[in-house]
Ligand binder design. Structure first.
Ligand code: FES
Length: 111
């Protein structure tokens, strides 16, 4: 299954000067590369994804769904994104969201 993980590091997410938690981009990229995810799952570090009030935001996309995550603050949240990507790359079915990320899921209302 092809999928992608989009981690926002935009105008609000990761902006320590605005009182938000840093997004550990280098750690995420390093972990990603060590996991040898290949082409099955794509990692993108992006500019603003829209729902800034949910800083720090990430979006997980598969062929079947889009999972919005917000208020990510701990290293373990970002490690869980990579865990999810590894599972997706090894499975042809939908995979469960890691438990640590469940409370961070939100529905994005697009008007
Ligand atoms: S800066 Fe991340 S959603 Fe706007």
């Amino acid at each position: 299954m092809s999928a992608s993980v989009i981690v926002c590091d935009g105008c609000c997410c990761g902006r320590v000067e605005k009182g938000h938690n840093k997004v550990p981009i280098n750690d995420i990229v390093q972990l990603w590369n060590e996991s040898e995810l290949g082409d099955n799952v794509k990692l993108t570090i992006s500019g603003c994804l829209g729902p800034c009030s949910m800083h720090n935001v990430s979006l997980l996309k598969t062929e079947k769904e889009q999972i919005w995550l917000g208020k990510l603050s701990e290293k373990e949240h970002y490690e869980a994104l990579v865990e999810w990507a590894i599972e997706v790359s090894q499975s042809s079915d939908e995979v469960e969201l890691p438990e640590v990320l469940l409370p961070h899921r939100f529905v994005r209302n697009i008007v």
